[in-house]
Design a protein around this ligand. Structure first.
Ligand SMILES: Nc1ncnc2c1ncn2[C@@H]1O[C@H](COP(=O)(O)OP(=O)(O)OP(=O)(O)O)[C@@H](O)[C@H]1O
Length: 368
């Protein structure tokens, strides 16, 4: 799957842009505040319906403009193509999303058409941030690996909402609570099994990438399902019922799951250097991309140079090239920060950004 064409209107400082990127490696370079990250942001919004910079798309709309418009043509591996479009008006509550000119209501449909792996200086939050971020990471993989994951996950969210709202009442009909318990247990089992199955596939690939990035430490990925593993979820839920009623919410379950990243029995975050943490995150992202064999994904790598030294940048770029997926990477100075030799076998296009204007560059004349 590759992005064949991207049209951008009224996104941050970007001039109206029509971009026909390379199917493999795209390097975007330019000074600070030129608009490099905004270009990656455009791809991200098209793949997930939201920015990676802010919760609301309102701040992405260009100042003095009423709306932003993005359009993409995505070529699937089978040869079929999809047209994706997003429009966000200042005055509207939500974005309008279209696939093949048909309005769609959920961003999950976009995510299925354009899977994205994002690597930014902020990606370290995957290790240091709240469990929700690691749950989202795991669920991204389970969503793409198992067709039954999404309906079960949606069912789980609904059952949780209903049960939590019931728990807030002073008087609760036990049979009604049991009904939502049963729903929750049913969906939790599917989500839990899909996460476990995905983690089993992920572990060995993650280790391979860690080693290829020359981090020969035995980092372990362990999964906390959201309740004590010694018990079935149904038993854990029954035994937490009184506490849940007192607190007014469901305290145990898949909504509390976490992917724990351990080194020598400790939280890896407390032991590894920032550079090592960055390699762990890179290996996690590369492993997810590698596992998407039937669909492929687009890598967005913002600020390649951040926190990786020259040798590790080289290893990282080599692994990206080997995967053969479409990559958009940004850096301030292409000549000094991009390990050119790793791209000798790859199809690469270079783009310069200046004051929001994107220009293709003839590599040999302008950089070499
Ligand atoms: N809503 C907006 N409307 C217009 N311009 C904006 C808006 N939001 C941000 N900007 C400006 O867009 C410019 C581009 O920002 P962007 O983060 O894409 O740059 P960058 O090239 O990635 O910079 P850096 O290398 O410093 O990370 C900045 O000057 C920023 O102030």
């Amino acid at each position: 799957m590759t992005l064949e064409r991207l049209d951008i209107h009224s996104l941050r400082n970007l001039q109206p842009t029509r971009w026909q990127p390379n199917a493999h490696i795209n390097v975007v370079y330019g000074a600070n505040a030129s608009g490099k990250t905004s270009l990656l942001e455009a791809v991200h919004i098209l793949g997930l319906g939201r920015s990676f910079r802010h919760k609301s798309l309102l701040s992405s709309i260009q100042h003095q403009q009423d709306s932003l418009h993005l359009y993409a043509k995505v070529r699937q591996k089978c040869g079929a193509s999809y047209r994706l479009a997003i429009q966000r008006e200042r005055q509207q509550e939500r974005s309008l999303i279209y696939i093949q000119e048909q309005s769609v209501r959920t961003t999950a449909e976009l995510a299925a058409c354009l899977p994205i792996q994002l690597i930014t200086p902020d990606s370290l939050r995957l290790l240091e941030g709240a469990p929700q971020l690691r749950r989202q990471y795991l669920d991204w993989g389970a969503f793409h690996a198992h067709a039954h994951f999404l309906p079960a996950w949606q069912g789980l969210q609904n059952a949780l909402k209903q049960r939590n709202s019931l728990l807030k009442h002073a008087k609760i009909d036990p049979s009604y609570l049991q009904l939502w318990d049963n729903e929750l247990i049913r969906y939790t089992q599917v989500v839990h099994q899909a996460r476990l199955a995905y983690l089993e596939m992920l572990q060995p690939v993650f280790i391979q990438y860690l080693q290829a990035l020359t981090l020969n430490l035995s980092i372990e990925l362990t999964y906390y399902p959201g309740w004590d593993k010694k018990y079935e979820y149904s038993d854990a839920l029954t035994s937490s019922r009184a506490r849940d009623q007192a607190q007014g919410f469901t305290s145990l379950g898949a909504q509390r799951a976490d992917l724990r990243i351990r080194y020598q029995g400790h939280n890896a975050l407390n032991i590894l250097s920032r550079g090592q943490q960055k390699l762990v995150v890179s290996a996690l992202k590369l492993a997810q991309g590698a596992l998407l064999t039937d669909k492929a994904c687009v890598y967005l790598v913002d600020d390649l140079a951040a926190e990786l030294d020259a040798q590790h940048r080289k290893n990282f770029c080599q692994l990206l090239v080997q995967q053969g997926k479409q990559v958009f990477m940004t850096c301030i100075d292409a000549k000094h920060l991009v390990p050119m030799e790793t791209f000798s076998e790859a199809d690469v296009s270079w783009f310069h950004v200046e004051q929001g204007q994107l220009t293709p560059v003839d590599f040999s004349r302008s950089i070499g």
